[in-house]
Design a protein around this ligand. Structure first.
Ligand SMILES: [Mg+2]
Length: 488
């Protein structure tokens, strides 16, 4: 325990692995990895801007106003974890209880009353909204925000509903991915769009040396995967001459999430990407494949669901499905933690000030409650005194109450001021984490819907794959917070 605590002290918090559900690495025989935003980390600002610009071009070519060409990508507005109400053109921040805590229409913040009328009056069907649970979606939602803002500034300029606009954005962003207008630019200048992690290869080697098999499972095509992985591993390879050699199986074009419940066959490829086996009968160690399904993978690789750990960045596509359908263990990559946790660490003092004020508020509330009881008791006694004709006593009690009421108002005033201060402190702290939305994992001091999903679906989570290097490949990750509020 002590050695574990000491080890933890040495690992910077933003590089730790966090545990939701106890996971014993000793039981894990094979570790699978998604590629995009998991093994291959994108430089968010340039990559999202590229997707934004390419989609916008197609959008205007399809007949949307030419003025939209002036829109510029802003990287600091949309974050993962938000919901998009496509029907109303709003972007929402929701807590774990589906309560809408913040909402924007374009760049206009909705008032508390507007939020109440639209969402909080009755339980709001969160399912109707689109959830931003992958970094890939940031650019399309950012474009949506810009166009909603444009529609607000230029009424009538776009004769479509918000929902139709969103559907069009989806259509053109998909097209930009499919027709290679994004990929070709990434591959032409990978250094502009991709990050190199010098610890990636050695982190994977640690798992291999511990006797575990690795596989790659991505929705990207083999051609793209091959070029991206070549660049990512170039110069960082410690053990192998090619990125191919790390993997027992390479599965591309997998079509997740359907891969996890589907029945598509595997096709065998050679290293140049040519199909060499139209329907694979038996997966081979070191093989390259496209398509396929998880059931077939389990039977042919010989690994059981609970021996497989899958590492990905997409809550829905990489985490909910394998865990829900197949009982695979899961690790979620939450890249944002790398930036957010150091910011939160710097704001520790602010947090303790907030809790101090909350504590003061509780004490004040307690005082108010005692006064309230005293006033009530005095009043009842004075009524009784009146009934038995003791008017002097009644007068005396009511006189005392007048003084108590005055004290009560004073304290009530103090409480209101304190509430205001707490609100300002919480707001101020949140804005220093993210200028619009605050923390990714929390809204105010409570869990966000994103945090709730991370907690309920991912067994463990961390900011990047190479953080695995800090831990033994046989470590038992224990969940300490399976505790209930009654335990604390
Ligand atoms: Mg991914």
């Amino acid at each position: 325990m002590l050695s574990e605590m000491l080890a933890k002290l040495k690992i910077p918090k933003q590089q730790r692995i966090f545990v939701n559900r106890t996971l014993n690495f000793e039981d894990i025989k094979v570790v699978g990895f998604d590629m995009d935003h998991t093994l291959a980390l994108y430089k968010r600002e340039t990559f999202e801007e590229l997707a934004f610009v390419e989609t916008l071009k197609k959008f205007i070519a399809a007949g949307y106003p030419q003025e939209l060409a002036q829109l510029r990508f802003k990287h600091d507005f949309v974050i993962r974890g938000l919901l998009v109400d496509r029907a109303r053109g709003n972007v929402l921040r929701v807590d774990a209880h589906k309560y809408v805590k913040d909402a924007y229409h374009g760049y206009r913040r909705l008032s508390k009353e507007e939020r109440y009328q639209l969402y909080n009056q009755q339980s709001f069907p969160v399912e109707e909204c689109l959830s931003i649970d992958t970094l890939f979606a940031l650019s399309e939602v950012q474009l949506f925000v810009e166009i909603v803002e444009f529609m607000h500034q230029h009424p009538g300029a776009i004769a479509k509903s918000f929902q139709q606009v969103y559907d069009d954005i989806r259509l053109y962003i998909d097209l930009s991915h499919k027709d290679n207008s994004i990929k070709a630019k990434v591959l032409a200048h990978p250094e502009r769009y991709l990050k190199k992690d010098k610890h990636l290869a050695s982190s994977l080697l640690r798992q291999i040396d511990a006797g575990k098999s690795l596989f790659l499972l991505t929705n990207s095509t083999y051609a793209y995967t091959n070029q991206v992985m070549t660049w990512v591993f170039e110069g960082t390879n410690e053990g192998f001459s090619s990125w191919h050699d790390y993997w027992s199986y390479i599965i591309t074009d997998a079509g997740k999430p359907n891969f996890f419940g589907g029945a598509a066959p595997f096709q065998g490829l050679d290293r140049s990407g040519q199909v060499v086996e139209v329907t694979v009968d038996q997966l081979q160690q070191g093989g390259i494949y496209q398509g396929g399904n998880a059931g077939l993978f389990e039977t042919q690789s010989g690994f059981r669901g609970d021996e497989i750990l899958y590492v990905g960045d997409h809550i829905y596509g990489d985490i909910i499905h394998p865990k829900g359908i197949l009982n695979w263990r899961t690790m979620l990559i939450v890249e944002e933690l790398e930036e957010e946790l150091p910011k939160l660490a710097k704001l520790k003092l602010e947090l303790s000030r907030i809790y101090e004020h909350i504590h003061q508020r509780e004490e004040l509330d307690e005082k108010l409650q005692r006064l309230r009881s005293k006033i009530g008791a005095n009043f009842r006694q004075s009524e009784k005194a009146k009934t038995r004709g003791d008017h002097l006593k009644a007068e005396q009690l009511l006189g005392e109450n007048a003084k108590l009421n005055e004290a009560f108002s004073g304290l009530r005033q103090e409480l209101n001021t304190l509430d205001e201060t707490i609100k300002i402190l919480i707001d101020h702290r949140a804005k220093r984490v993210h200028p619009v939305w605050g923390e990714l994992m929390k809204v105010g001091l409570e869990a966000s819907r994103f945090a709730q999903q991370v907690n309920s679906y991912a067994c463990i989570y961390s900011s990047r794959v190479s953080n695995l290097r800090y831990y033994s490949p046989f470590k038992k990750f224990l969940s300490y917070h399976e505790n209930l509020p009654i335990d604390s």
